[in-house]
Write a protein that binds this ligand. Structure first.
Ligand code: PRP
Ligand code: ZN
Ligand code: MG
Length: 226
């Protein structure tokens, strides 16, 4: 199959909250990455490794399907994809190799700034747009709130202005995206950081050796950051 490759594949966010620090971590581990802007695959020059630069939300699935051997991803996205794949009867296996010291963010419900928000009951009967329907649905259930969940894979923050939803549920890091779109954080439903994950049942001995070489370096970089 086309995806079979001798080179170790690491899935990394192309652009967004995790990309700069993911790149920095790998560089600090000695990987010389040739990142030509628009390329999907970046070759590591001094090791048999390829970096797949994709949307963060696609990384867990790529690892679970064996397209990538490793991935750097936020715990919240990982949890969402796992829940969805279990429902869809797709493989949802992975192993966490390391908890990383960046990518801190929260999954939050946000409403228009001018709205008088008075707690979760304000969401009753509302429509909420999100890329994380499983985590949101679980939260709403726990809170006993009936709201309509609408799935959007991108540009969730414009949904209220576009009249597609009353509220959104999305990742918040600095808060700049909410601010720029006239929204305010109403509820935090999940806090997370980035993790390094591996495909379960990775068989290739060369890949295992390479990972065993990388792990102490990753731990070392994180200790140095403390
Ligand atoms: C998330 C989220 C917002 C942004 C929030 O995007 O969807 O766009 O981060 O960060 P801020 O609070 O610092 O503004 P992500 O990095 O997951 O990229 P994506 O939307 O392309 O998946
Ligand atoms: Zn994302
Ligand atoms: Mg986004």
């Amino acid at each position: 199959p086309a995806i079979e490759s001798k080179r170790l594949r690491i899935g990394m966010q192309k652009s967004g909250r995790l990309s700069i620090e993911s790149q920095a971590l790998l560089s600090s581990c000695g990987l010389k990455i040739n990142l030509r802007e628009q390329r999907l695959i970046a070759h590591v020059e001094n090791m048999p490794i390829d970096i797949l630069r994709v949307r963060d939300d696609d990384i867990p699935g790529l690892v679970m399907d064996g397209v990538c051997d490793l991935g750097i991803i936020g715990e919240n996205v990982l949890e969402e994809v796992s829940l969805q794949r279990q429902i869809d009867n797709e493989s949802a296996d992975y192993e966490v190799l390391a908890r990383l010291d960046f990518g801190g963010c929260r999954l939050s419900i946000a409403v228009p700034q001018e709205e008088q928000y008075q707690g979760v009951s304000s969401l009753e009967g509302k429509t909420i747009a999100t890329t994380y329907p499983r985590l949101l649905t679980r939260y709403l259930k726990q809170q006993g709130v009936n709201a309509r969940v609408v799935m959007l894979t991108g540009s969730v923050e414009v949904a209220p202005r576009a009249g597609l939803a009353d509220a959104i549920c999305d990742l918040v890091s600095t808060g700049a995206t909410l601010e720029a779109n006239g929204l305010k954080e109403a509820e935090v439903i999940y806090r997370s950081k980035a993790v390094l994950i591996q495909r379960k049942g990775l068989a290739d001995a060369q890949h295992q050796k390479l990972i065993a070489k990388l792990m102490p370096r990753i731990q070392g970089v994180m200790q140095a950051n403390e």
